[in-house]
Design a protein around this ligand. Structure first.
Ligand code: HEM
Length: 146
């Protein structure tokens, strides 16, 4: 993952605000996601509030690990494999990034400027790529127990 030091700073600083407005971000995010990709609504079985907490926890872990992204790779690949089981397909990741950026933009306003948005998109696309690869690898060589 090749974020510049400045991009990492932008991600960290904007995430402070994201956490501050996390209730709004979550509501905006899921509303937008189900609007642009209605087919994913049926994939979620646990309560959206619980799901939202997991997403915020995961984003927090990502932001905290910005300087050691490589160390997160195995966990992200495994997370991607589970997402394959949840019936998440690669196109859904684009929908997620787009919905999340939309939600950040509406919750943070002018603070979420173009440069900050690009930094986040770069981070989320790197994460998505590892997860998608994890799912594809698992599909190519399923576990013996499955
Ligand atoms: C940046 C990429 C993503 C991250 C970091 C992420 C994170 C998570 C986490 C931490 C969980 C908790 C369960 C587990 O650990 O296996 C989860 C579950 C789930 N995620 Fe994601 N996710 C991502 C992308 C997506 C996308 C693109 C979709 C589909 C639109 C999606 C749909 C789901 C579903 C359906 C569940 C299971 C919920 C349930 O059982 O009801 N996720 N995700």
């Amino acid at each position: 993952m090749n974020l510049t030091p400045r991009q990492k700073t932008l991600v960290r600083e904007s995430f402070e605000s994201v956490r501050e407005y996390s209730d709004s971000v979550v509501v905006l995010f899921y509303g937008r996601l189900f609007e642009i990709a209605p087919e994913v609504r049926g994939l979620f079985h646990i309560e959206i509030r619980e799901q939202a907490r997991k997403l915020m926890d995961m984003l927090t872990a990502l932001v905290e690990a910005l300087d050691r992204f490589g160390a997160l790779r195995p966990d992200l690949a495994e997370l991607g494999r589970r997402h394959g089981e949840y019936k998440v397909v690669p196109a859904h990741y684009d929908a997620l990034v787009s919905a999340l950026m939309w939600a950040y933009g509406h919750a943070l306003g002018l603070e979420f400027d173009r440069e900050t948005r690009l930094a986040w998109e770069q981070l989320l696309h790197a994460v998505s790529a590892v997860m998608i690869e994890g799912a594809a690898t698992a599909q190519a060589s399923p576990r013996v127990s499955e």
